[in-house]
Ligand binder design. Structure first.
Ligand SMILES: *Cc1c(COP(=O)(O)O)cnc(C)c1O
Length: 395
């Protein structure tokens, strides 16, 4: 049995998305900037995709900028807001300690340019309050950027409350909604969101395409110079097939959001219940306030990488944290941010589900993980230190 449980890293494309893309590869291949009919047909499709996506977010079509994905949208949002602030003499930026690296590394870049970045503490459950944001805002704050939902431990942040605080204080608010889009409700007006990033491949759309929403009146700086595409905010011939696939996938996800959430959270809760039975294990993140598809655990005394390889040999595709940190030996910055010590953070497992996972697949995972953990512990020098009492258990 093959079980794909790494949907926070990427998802399989839906047939709906594929079908929406095919005509724009086979027949309607024109450049939307061309004046002839083949180009104009593509331009009309582009506009309809912009309208579909705007509707899903309660935004206007001209507030939507197409990008190459979540990372580019995050980069452009932060750099635009920071450079805008600089022109007004504002150099203070507020974010959180457990953002995606597309945010954290852009903030590092801004620090080198002279900005002061303040990362809010996310506490043991992995969340922040709007009050923390309110307390951190200063006269010279030009941007608050907090993710909507965390990609490793699934925490859902109080976005509407943070948006209200930022609006009241007159500070721009950006949210990395890559894990939320298509899975949690988004209403940029009701939630007072000034800028928002999303990425198609996290909701069964194609890879390499995303959106930066920027409220009317929030000026974006172009990071890619060239033609006048995207109202001069993002040069380059538009990725029409990708954009069409993204619009279809987002609409599909939004239409089925509630039903999908019911099914997926049922599977999630079965996994959490079952894996909690493993001794010296702990759930990461908030048991209640979490993404419908996110399960994240630490198992003491083992290495997450060996766990992943053994699970893969049993047909289970999972992750030890974020795909971006795999391959490096550093433990996840998210697990460190919620206070897991290094040795515990190394033994992490993330299972992220989609609406296509089944109860039978959950049975399979629950049958395999406990003995694989036990097998690895029996070979682990770390575990020997723990059971012999040479080192105290943490979990
Ligand atoms: C996947 C992800 C990104 C990056 O999106 P890409 O489209 O892969 O560049 C950014 N932020 C979060 C929270 C993500 O999960």
């Amino acid at each position: 049995m093959q079980v794909y449980a790494d949907n926070a890293a990427t998802t399989k494309m839906s047939q709906t998305a594929i079908n929406a893309m095919l005509p724009y590869m086979e027949r309607i291949y024109g450049n939307p900037s061309s004046l002839h009919s083949v180009g104009q047909e593509a331009a009309e499709a582009l506009q309809s995709a912009r309208e579909t996506i705007a509707k899903c977010l309660n935004a206007s079509p001209n507030e939507i900028t197409f990008t190459s994905g979540g990372s580019e949208a995050d980069n452009q949002a932060l750099l635009s807001a920071a450079w805008l602030g600089l022109r007004k003499g504002k150099k203070h930026i507020i974010s959180t300690a457990f953002e995606h690296h597309a945010i954290l590394h852009t903030l590092k870049r801004l620090e080198k340019e002279g900005f002061e970045v303040q990362l809010l503490d996310v506490g043991p459950l992995g969340n922040i309050t709007a009050q923390q944001v309110a307390d951190a805002i200063r006269e010279d704050t030009c941007l608050v950027t907090t993710m909507y939902a965390n990609n490793e431990i699934g925490s859902i942040l109080p976005i509407a409350e943070i948006g209200a605080v930022c609006k009241e204080k007159g500070v721009l608010f950006h949210t990395d909604a890559v894990q939320a889009a298509g899975h949690l409700p988004i209403d940029v007006k009701a939630q007072n969101i000034d800028m928002l990033s999303l990425s198609a491949h996290k909701f069964h759309g194609p890879k390499g395409v995303g959106v930066l929403y920027a409220r009317r009146g929030v000026p974006l700086t172009s990071l890619i110079e060239g033609g006048a595409q995207e109202r001069g905010k993002r040069a380059g011939t538009e990725n029409i097939p990708g954009i069409m696939g993204m619009a279809a996938a987002l609409q599909d996800a939004c239409e089925h959001m509630e039903a999908n959430a019911v099914h997926v959270s049922h599977l999630r809760d079965r996994l959490i219940e079952g894996l909690s039975q493993i001794p010296h294990s702990a759930l990461n993140g908030d048991p209640v306030n979490r993404l419908p598809g996110n399960v994240s655990f630490c198992f003491e005394g083992i290495e997450g990488e060996s766990l992943l390889l053994l699970l893969d040999s049993k047909g289970i595709c999972a992750s030890s944290g974020s795909a971006c940190t795999s391959g490096s030996l550093d433990p996840s910055h998210v697990l460190l941010a919620i206070g897991r010590p290094h040795e515990v953070a190394h033994g992490s497992l993330r299972l992220s589900l989609s609406e296509w996972n089944t109860d039978e697949e959950i049975d399979h995972i629950l049958a395999e993980v406990p003995w694989v953990v036990e097998y690895l512990r029996n070979m682990s020098p770390m575990w020997k230190d723990l059971i012999s009492g040479r080192k105290p258990f943490i979990l």
